[in-house]
Design a binder for this molecule. Structure first.
Ligand SMILES: *Cc1c(COP(=O)(O)O)cnc(C)c1O
Length: 481
């Protein structure tokens, strides 16, 4: 066994393959080996401290080694670490269902557990697909079952093949094009790079007008220059293909992985209303936005949207253990009921479905949201972050700053006037984050977008400190004042 820090890094480089990582570069550069954490801080095996600026990839809520969560985990460990959910149940999973349903949008009543965000989405896709088959055989719908999905450009729903199929990020899809099932894709409401953008919109950034009422797409308001073409395009597809569409999949309010693209207010409500009107099931992927990340418990809450499927994962356990859930309606659930030999069963499940340790931590996590008023305490921090960020807005290479709650994307551009992006190969995002590291801040970018997504446990002064460091790093890398 190795004795010093250098040895661990050497062994990592000899044996391991990291996710979303060009390993040739990993091999060449010094790497971080984390040893422990406390609150918002991480410590590496050399004893150096870093603020966890991306919540260990968007999961940590109350901080690392949070005593109530530690206690919940230990208590469950004294009972049992794992028992199967196939053919048996256990108390933590039942308690968690009760806690979850206190928070979920009205109408969602049935919980199907899995292990991560990708599987939560896979489950929703397969349920929606089978739902229409069962409806067709029940004689309640048209004889031909619906088999297609409507997806958004710039969407990210995970890395398993079904989840990649409904994604919209070319870089992640192109290699696997022939393995993926086809979808009907519509452009996303990415206001900063809206293809219908005019000079006026460029100035206002987000459209101020209300979205068109369903059935009246494309109202043109010259004062903002925004036609809400993005919703009009959804409606055009629904009009033409509603009888083929099993479901529409959306990351409500923030398309996270493509660069924290914040949708204009009203878009999600308009999208949900269109789904309702045209009878297309709505799958809301709140894997990133769920559990207060945007300031509300779920992003859907902002727009009073009730999806037919809600997918949650990342912060469900407060960032402790992998666990996910797909939450659906009684209508969908009942469609799957029947005699055994009708084989309407949902044939899907994972070995570690509803792992009791993960469920026990998740129960305590959600109880803390109630008892400690986690969301109420966020508002002040969200405001402090907004104020701190305003200083960066006019910097030369800062194209757009997008914020929803404690979720921020700073899009760096080569040319502010034309919005010309830096080429990905220039690795501007990677270099800015690398420049933050010796200053004690750990970040991970999304291309040219610097992501700030701190644990909720962060304080206002720590938020300001974090933004100052990012500002300095951007200055250093882009060579500007
Ligand atoms: C992270 C993410 C996923 C995938 O979750 P994994 O746990 O990494 O499989 C799916 N959807 C969204 C919106 C995400 O942010």
């Amino acid at each position: 066994m190795p004795h010093n820090a250098q040895d661990w890094e050497t062994l990592d480089k000899r044996f391991l393959w990291h996710p979303f990582t060009q390993m040739q570069e990993w091999q060449r550069q010094p790497q971080l080996v984390i040893d422990s954490g406390n609150g918002v801080w991480l410590k590496d095996i050399n004893g150096r401290r870093y603020l966890d600026g991306v919540s260990s990839l968007w999961v940590t809520v109350h901080g690392h080694r949070y005593p109530p969560l530690d206690r919940a985990l230990t208590a469950q460990l004294h009972k049992i670490a794992h028992s199967t959910f196939l053919g048996a149940s256990h108390v933590p999973a039942i308690q968690l269902a009760e806690e979850l349903l206190r928070w979920t949008p009205k109408g969602l009543r049935r919980i199907f557990y899995s292990d991560n965000g990708s599987t939560a989405v896979e489950v929703a896709l397969k349920m929606a697909y089978q739902y229409w088959q069962l409806r067709a055989t029940n004689g309640a719908a048209r004889a031909t079952p619906r088999t297609q999905f409507l997806t958004l450009e710039n969407a990210y729903h995970g890395d398993t093949i079904g989840a990649v199929s409904v994604g919209g990020i070319e870089l992640f899809q192109e290699r696997f094009r022939h393995l993926l099932f086809p979808t009907r894709s519509v452009f996303s409401p990415y206001c900063y790079r809206c293809r219908y953008r005019t000079k006026a919109v460029q100035r206002t950034r987000t459209p101020r007008e209300a979205p068109p009422a369903p059935g009246r797409p494309g109202m043109y308001r010259p004062e903002t220059g925004c036609r809400w073409e993005c919703l009009g395009a959804v409606e055009r597809i629904f009009k033409k293909h509603r009888h083929r569409l099993a479901a529409a999949v959306i990351e409500p309010v923030v398309q996270a992985a493509s660069g924290m693209i914040v949708m204009p207010p009203g878009y999600v409500a308009g999208f949900a209303a269109l789904c309702r009107r045209y009878g297309v099931l709505l799958i809301a992927d709140e894997v990133a936005t769920g559990f207060g990340r945007t300031g509300r418990m779920f992003a859907c809450d902002y727009e009073r949207a009730t999806p037919d499927f809600l997918c949650v994962a990342k912060s469900l356990t407060g960032g402790y253990l992998p666990l996910a859930a797909t939450i659906t309606t009684e209508t969908v659930y009942r469609t799957f009921l029947g005699r055994y030999d009708e084989f309407k069963t949902f044939f899907h499940g994972h070995t570690y479905t509803a792992n009791p340790l993960a469920c026990a931590v998740a129960v305590e996590n959600l109880r803390l949201y109630r008892r400690r008023r986690v969301l109420g305490q966020l508002e002040e921090k969200i405001q402090a972050l907004r104020e701190a960020l305003s200083v960066l807005r006019e910097r030369p290479h800062v194209g757009d700053i997008r914020q929803a709650g404690l979720m921020v994307g700073i899009e760096l551009v080569k040319d502010r006037a034309t919005c010309e992006p830096y080429p990905l190969a220039a690795q501007v995002g990677i270099r800015v984050c690398a420049a933050c590291r010796p200053r004690g801040l750990l970040l991970r970018p999304l291309g040219n977008v610097i992501v700030l997504l701190p644990p909720f446990a962060i304080t206002a002064p720590q938020l300001r400190w974090m933004v100052r460091i990012v500002g300095t790093a951007i200055q250093q890398v882009t060579g500007t004042k």
